[in-house]
Design a protein around this ligand. Structure first.
Ligand code: WQD
Length: 350
């Protein structure tokens, strides 16, 4: 079976992607610094994957390391190649991911997200491992006003997090064009991943106080915080609150696996793909759907807009659908139901 290295495989999207890979029979190697994640996430991933593949043991090997430690990264590749001969592909989730945090700590975001990726690409090149799926972001786009964002929409990040993602995409452009065009690359521009595996055994487990809305909604619903702060009700939208394209984390995980399989079975290429549902949901709508589906209350209060926020970010996902024949299938209701099940079963995370 094929060998896949998942950088940041213990994180929210990484752990769900490792689960999909294991259920499909891949050998999974995780390289994670555990700065923003827990080894318990991977223990749960193994537990859930065994539920599905009762007949044979899933293969998951963990390497604790930071992309900024190039020697450790080199040793990891060395170990994999010595014992398992080859790496068929790399999925790179490794990076810092909070828009709000990036505004106050730009240097650590540039160091981790850009220099860390440069280290990875150098080592991959050294081992002739040239299949990479990169976790990019919709925050690289300029404001969409109220139209759907296409892959050729204006690229104009307004925060350091988005700047680092666009910088890596540009670096991948340069690598693809250099030399003999041997790289098979994909940058997946996520919109807003939320929810959890339907088992409730793996889910989003931010370290410390979360910045993103869904864990804050579940914390409020569970009474861990008094109310949700809604950042502005004076936006030019139907109900005055911002609009996002929320996608189920399991749909996102499946898409990563399918994109990597596409890269492996096709000639060298560099794909840049929007990964969203194409449907916009306002903050107020998300709150109301969450309350209705889960029969809970989410008290909220309007406060000022948050620096770095955009009014509306909704994907035109037609390229993903036409190229990969993949249509994200889960509804907002599914995301709210699955995310709440995870939170109720794991009020303090892993
Ligand atoms: C969503 C909406 C807020 C918190 C996301 C991911 C980030 C990165 C970029 C992938 C916004 C509003 C939020 C709160 C609120 N992912 N909100 N009250 O900013 O779209 O960033 O995409 O690359 O990891 O989080 O997501 O969840 O922070 O905010 O009203 O307490 O909810 O204004 O419009 P965002 P978010």
């Amino acid at each position: 079976m094929k060998n896949i290295l998942v950088i940041g495989g213990a994180g929210f999207i990484g752990s769900h992607t490792c689960l999909v890979l294991l259920e499909k029979g891949y050998k999974v190697f995780v390289f994670d610094s555990f700065v923003n994640s827990s080894t318990n996430a991977l223990k749960r991933v193994l537990e859930v994957s065994k539920l599905k593949n009762k007949k044979k043991d899933p293969f998951l090997k963990i390497y604790n390391g930071d992309l900024l430690n190039k020697k450790l990264l080199q040793n990891t590749f060395n170990d994999i190649y010595k014992k398992h001969k080859f790496l068929d592909g790399v999925i790179h989730f490794g990076g810092l991911k909070s828009v709000a945090e990036s505004i106050y700590s730009p240097i650590s975001y540039w160091r981790t997200n850009v220099l860390g990726t440069i280290n990875l690409l150098e080592i991959m090149s050294r081992y002739e491992s040239k299949h990479l799926v990169f976790s990019s972001s919709a925050t690289i786009y300029g404001s969409s006003k109220n139209s759907l964002l296409k892959e050729d929409s204006e690229l104009k990040p307004i925060n350091p997090y988005g700047n680092t993602k666009l910088t890596v995409e540009t670096l991948l452009d340069d690598i693809f064009k250099s030399g003999r065009k041997e790289w098979h690359l994909a940058s997946l521009r996520y919109f807003n991943p939320i929810g959890a595996h339907f088992s409730g055994l793996i889910g989003e487990c931010p370290i410390g106080i979360p910045n993103n809305i869904f864990p804050l909604i579940t914390n409020t619903a569970l009474g861990l915080q008094k109310e949700l702060k809604v950042f502005g009700n004076d936006w030019p939208t139907k109900d005055g609150t911002t609009i996002r394209d929320y996608i189920h984390v399991m749909d996102l995980a499946t898409i990563h696996t399918r994109v990597l399989e596409h890269l492996i079975s096709n000639k060298p290429n560099y794909l840049k793909l929007n990964v969203g549902t194409g449907k916009g949901t306002s903050v107020l709508e998300l709150i109301k759907i969450f309350e209705r589906v889960n029969k809970v209350k989410v008290p909220y209060v309007y406060v000022n807009r948050r620096i770095g926020d955009k009014c509306s970010l909704v994907a035109d996902n037609s390229l993903l659908i036409s190229k990969l024949k993949i249509v994200p299938k889960s509804s907002i209701e599914d995301m709210c139901r699955d995310g709440w099940k995870w939170k109720k079963l794991n009020p303090n995370g892993y």
